[in-house]
Design a protein around this ligand. Sequence first.
Ligand SMILES: Nc1ncnc2c1ncn2[C@@H]1O[C@H](COP(=O)(O)OP(=O)(O)O)[C@@H](O)[C@H]1O
Ligand code: SF4
Ligand SMILES: [Mg+2]
Length: 327
Amino acid sequence: MDDAAGAILEVRDLHVRFRTRRGPVQAVDGVNFSLAAGEILGVVGESGCGKSTLCTSLVRLLPENAEVTGSIRYRGEELLTKSGAEMRELRGREITMVLQNPMTAMDPLFTVGNQLDEVLRHNSSMRGEERRSRALEMLRLVHIPSPVERLRSYPHQMSGGMKQRVLTAMATSLSPGLLLADEPTTALDVTIQEQILRLLADIRGSLGTAIVLVTHDLGVVRRITDRVMIMYAGRAVETGDTEAIFTDPKHPYTRALLASIPRIGHTGRRLTAIDGQIPDLADLPPGCAFAPRCPSAMSGCTTAFPPAFNTGPERTARCWLHEGSPA
Ligand SMILES: Nc1ncnc2c1ncn2[C@@H]1O[C@H](COP(=O)(O)OP(=O)(O)O)[C@@H](O)[C@H]1O
Ligand code: SF4
Ligand SMILES: [Mg+2]
């Protein structure tokens, strides 16, 4: 959605560059998007396209060697100028994350109950009993069986899927406005993946949380996201309504991604290889970064980088094929 008035998150001209020994790496390169309350945005692209860097920049958890420019407004407030303390506060309550590997994200020495209680104690004024009932409510929301007993479990007593559900409960226990889920199911098996993703959709439904979901699973993207941003070499090469993009992809990279879904039944529809490799982000070619792999490449594609052309209502594609599309 482009109407800034209703947006909970508004990202404008975001650039993230890492200083490395090999020279600067432009991991996010002029990304724009807005997200409305309760909306789910899918972020899709091959490994190394800048998806995690984008998520990490939104919560200001990038490493020291990163330089960020542009604007990230959350509920109208600029995040890039906030102090470390202000950001910690926001990350506890308002903007939370569920990451790829549930195995490392929980403290092995504390029970589930302790860990949920910590989150609530640090970030709210709830008293002991209230925190306990909120913790139970959250475990129920994420469909944990026998939640009262579960509060006494240690992480090693739970399966990977159960841990990811507990982490999701922790990340949503204060009804955040925004949840960032960076490949939350990659480390889990297929049936558990389905459950976690259903859960994210439920959470949006019951808490009104907006979600940025990074995933390789295009089947999931189609089922649970409202809008999609396709990333290639740090750039948002196509954005728009999910169904519109799946039925009528405009960017050749999106088409290649969709064509790469193996047609083998219902689940496990992951990206398989597209011919060729993503470019070196430390040494990007001058024109369209997809040109070396693009079946539609034209002579001008390697000289100038395509701007975002409007390709439909609230749709854009960074591809010269759409030059002259109505603005
Ligand atoms: N801390 C870092 N220092 C230098 N380069 C980094 C750092 N983190 C990520 N990168 C580079 O940024 C690019 C984007 O990485 P990433 O955001 O992890 O992509 P994705 O999540 O899409 O796989 C990659 O080229 C990666 O090597
Ligand atoms: S700009 Fe050219 S090379 Fe790039 S995706 Fe479009 S047609 Fe292909
Ligand atoms: Mg990543």
